[in-house]
Design a protein around this ligand. Structure first.
Ligand code: PLP
Length: 367
């Protein structure tokens, strides 16, 4: 604690990101990055944008990027907001839609979920409650059907990888829509991993993006870090009703008018236009996920049913800490959350087939 810090800074409890080792000694399965490179078209677009125009500020409204996202997701550009990674978009959304202060109604998010949500809630002074997951680690959507200050959850959930059926997501959005005398609240669905829910049709079915017209209180949040293999570019976006998007713009323009730089803008547009490439690498990740999951179950491991680009895995006898250390000493980095109910699980990002074979070899040798 520094005496130069104000009371707000002293009270923060910052998020701790997964380790990014400075050397390449490790097979890196700890931060859900995509094992495949971004589309060559994206790299070329970024190179083309790296010229004297960097002298100029980027377009603050991100118009061209929003148009490209809108076209890909079959929505209107006015229903799209772009930011510097979806973490920033989420931070803006908490600030824009959830009330802070001791007398505010608490927002709801699951007991086991993305650990950035409580960090944002603390940052903005937003009270919250955390309904427990069911015995099988699924989210009980009925727990979210009560008056509250707002709702946020990832779908698929992290770090479990488990999907909430779209009808349940809609039921939560409908409950908080402000009809029948009920108060209205914003429901944020963080779809960071939705592209791994299956083939293009399955993703369309699973995503809440299709319900934004019917639920003006529903905001979906997306990232190019996982399925678009652009974690290093920092691009995320939100899709929702125009009023929600305007709210996000008000917060952004009270903070930083240019969160998306020129290079990111060009790369993001190119990524949105190369659906075929991304569908191909997503298919590869999903196929590897299913193969590794089956092999682990066969060996006696517990593996939660994943719709994401990672597996949540428990060793048959070793504790999470021990299993983590074994993998690390074998040069494989995964993520361990030393928290209630999940301390014996490890979150393992789906890598290439060769990387996952190395992982499976260690798993098999250490039964
Ligand atoms: C990775 C992740 C994000 C953040 O993605 P960025 O766009 O890289 O900031 C948001 N939500 C969840 C659940 C994630 O796992």
């Amino acid at each position: 604690m520094s005496t130069f810090w104000n009371s707000r800074t002293r009270e923060l409890s910052p998020y701790i990101p997964g380790e990014q080792p400075r050397n390449e000694r490790y097979i890196k399965l700890n931060t859900n990055e995509n094992p495949y490179p971004p589309s060559p078209v994206v790299i070329e677009a970024i190179k083309q944008a790296a010229d004297e125009r960097l002298r100029l500020y980027p377009d603050p409204s991100c118009a061209a990027l929003r148009e490209a996202v809108a076209e890909r997701r079959h929505v209107k550009p006015e229903q799209v907001f772009a930011g510097n990674g979806s973490d920033e978009v989420l931070a803006f959304a908490f600030a824009a839609f959830f009330e802070g202060g001791r007398s505010a109604a608490p927002i709801l998010f699951p007991s086991i979920t993305y650990s950035f949500y409580p960090v944002y809630a603390h940052l903005w002074g937003i009270p919250y409650e955390r309904p427990p997951l069911q015995e099988d680690f699924s989210i009980t959507h009925n727990d979210y059907l009560k008056p509250c200050g707002g709702v946020v959850f990832p779908n698929p959930n992290a770090p479990t990888g488990m999907m909430m059926p779209p009808d349940n997501v809609r039921a939560v959005a409908r409950f908080h829509a402000g009809q029948n005398g009920r108060g209205h609240a914003v429901v944020i669905v963080d779809e960071a991993y939705i592209d791994f829910a299956g083939d293009a049709d399955a993703v369309r079915q699973a995503s809440a993006v299709h319900y934004i017209e019917e639920h003006p209180n529903l905001l979906t949040v997306h990232t190019l870090s996982k399925s678009a293999s652009l974690a290093g570019l920092r691009l995320g976006f939100a899709i929702g009703n125009e009023e929600l998007i305007d709210g996000l713009c008000r917060v952004r323009d009270s903070f930083n008018s240019y969160p998306v730089d020129r290079l990111a803008m060009s790369g993001g547009i190119a990524a949105m236009k190369d659906a075929a490439y991304y569908e191909a690498i997503t298919r590869a990740v999903v196929a590897t996920r299913e193969r590794v999951s089956a092999a682990l179950i066969e060996m006696g491991y517990t593996v939660l049913p994943s719709s994401a680009n990672f597996l949540f895995v428990r060793h048959p006898v070793m504790s999470g800490g021990e299993f983590f250390a074994v993998l690390r000493s074998a040069g494989i980095l995964v993520r361990h959350f030393n928290k209630e109910r999940i301390a014996d699980f490890l979150r393992v990002t789906v890598g290439t087939d060769a990387e996952m074979d190395a992982f499976l070899t260690v798993c098999g040798a250490r039964l």
